[in-house]
Design a protein around this ligand. Structure first.
Ligand SMILES: [Zn+2]
Length: 118
């Protein structure tokens, strides 16, 4: 996460102000007191969240922050469609219309392949 706005002095000031105001992790369950070391965005900047909006800031400890970040990365579909094809010429993007047009053909091809294997 060394991208804009994290590299700016403005962000460093905002982050410091947030950690001063809310020094404890806001993701940890109630009753668990963990000092926050990071400031996260409730709505990720990539999802259109405002990086400078106070209401979009969340104080987080390192483990909660990495858990949330990896959760988002695992569960969110890539926003940018994948480009290119695999070695058999099929588009890598599962949402590509090519798959729609060739679905029945692929199904019979898969059947042939499984018959061959069995
Ligand atoms: Zn936490």
């Amino acid at each position: 996460m060394a991208e804009w706005p994290y590299t700016t002095a403005k962000w460093r000031r905002l982050r410091k102000a947030k950690l001063t105001r809310d020094p404890l992790c806001e993701y940890c369950p109630p009753g668990v007191v963990t000092p926050a070391t990071q400031v996260d965005h409730r709505i990720a900047i990539n999802d259109g969240g405002d990086p400078w909006a106070w209401a979009n800031l969340v104080s987080a400890c390192a483990s909660c922050h990495s858990r949330k970040t990896s959760h988002v990365e695992v569960h969110r579909r890539p926003r940018v469609p994948l480009h290119g094809c695999d070695e058999s010429g099929r588009p890598l993007d599962p949402a590509h219309e090519w798959h729609e047009e060739n679905r029945s053909e692929l199904a019979s091809e898969d059947r042939r392949r499984s018959e061959h294997l069995s």
